[in-house]
Design a protein around this ligand. Structure first.
Ligand SMILES: Nc1ncnc2c1ncn2[C@@H]1O[C@H](COP(=O)(O)OP(=O)(O)O)[C@@H](O)[C@H]1O
Ligand SMILES: [Mg+2]
Length: 255
């Protein structure tokens, strides 16, 4: 390759052009340049999405492909289409996903988060218990600022698994300050196995719980998840048991 191309491309901040110029078929000058730019833009978008996904801190990179929406009941003002089109992020609205363990809340939250990254938005994913531990630890070392800012700066904040572990008062207060920061500046997806009527059990303090509910619930679209656990279903599918009979048994004993 003529070294000047690399040099000129770098000067124009288009170094990728020097790597891609042979990958495009030449038919005429206009078509060649247009296709080359299109390829460079696509490459940049993909690299940005990869960076955003990495920064988001997802535990995996689930996608909406193959997701079964049958456990999900939608509220009146949101349907499957508007949810997966990420309109709630555009409107800076919150989503609350409530339902039994294993019904696909985390998977749906991650899939929406990954899609948001693919469309160039910033996302932060945290399991509630891990976030509280991290906040407490960093706070006592006077270093919580970056974590709090990173969350506040994201277009979408996913707070997973509220309700599995009760929080200490200090942890609940830190979580509250993170959430108040983000109020109306970003979207939050919260997932929980507990209806919010029982959230005071995890946050302890009634007033704090009321304030948290005000932030997370009152302005949120609430999706409820029902049915038997997918984990259980998958485990059973690997054996020869009569799946329906066992699921019925489990559902009865859970009550
Ligand atoms: N509706 C669904 N469609 C496809 N897979 C699902 C669904 N619900 C759960 N799963 C699968 O079952 C497992 C548990 O789901 P998860 O999202 O962690 O449940 P939850 O967060 O509600 O406890 C995951 O492997 C997930 O991929
Ligand atoms: Mg979960």
């Amino acid at each position: 390759m003529d070294n000047r191309l690399r040099e000129y491309a770098r000067t124009l901040r288009m170094s990728d052009i020097a790597d891609l110029y042979e990958e495009v078929e030449f038919e005429n000058r206009l078509q060649y340049l247009t296709d080359l730019f299109a390829l460079a833009i696509e490459g940049r978008k993909n690299r940005r999405a990869e960076r955003l996904i990495k920064k988001a801190g997802f535990p995996n990179t689930d996608t909406l492909r193959g997701y079964d929406f049958s456990p999900v009941t939608f509220p009146n003002d949101v349907d499957r289409q508007s949810l997966t089109d990420l309109q709630f992020i555009e409107q800076r609205e919150n989503i609350l996903m409530v339902g039994a363990v294993g019904t696909g809340k985390t998977r749906l939250a991650i899939s929406l988060g990954v899609k948001a990254c693919l469309s160039g938005r910033t996302v932060k994913f945290h399991r509630a218990a891990d976030l509280c531990n991290a906040l407490l630890e960093l706070y006592s070392a006077g270093k919580a600022g970056k974590l709090i800012r990173d969350i506040a700066d994201a277009d979408l904040f996913i707070l997973d698994e509220v309700g599995y572990v009760p929080f200490s008062k200090a942890a609940a207060e830190m979580l509250f300050s993170v959430i108040s920061n983000s109020y109306e500046n970003q979207s939050i997806i919260t997932t929980s196995n507990l209806e919010f009527g029982r959230w005071s059990e995890i946050f302890g303090d009634e007033r704090l719980t009321a304030a948290l509910i005000d932030r997370l619930v009152h302005h949120a679209h609430i999706l409820t998840f029902a049915g038997p656990s997918y984990r259980l279903r998958q485990a059973l599918a690997r054996t020869d048991h009569d799946e329906d009979a066992i699921l019925e048994d489990v559902t009865l004993t859970e009550k």
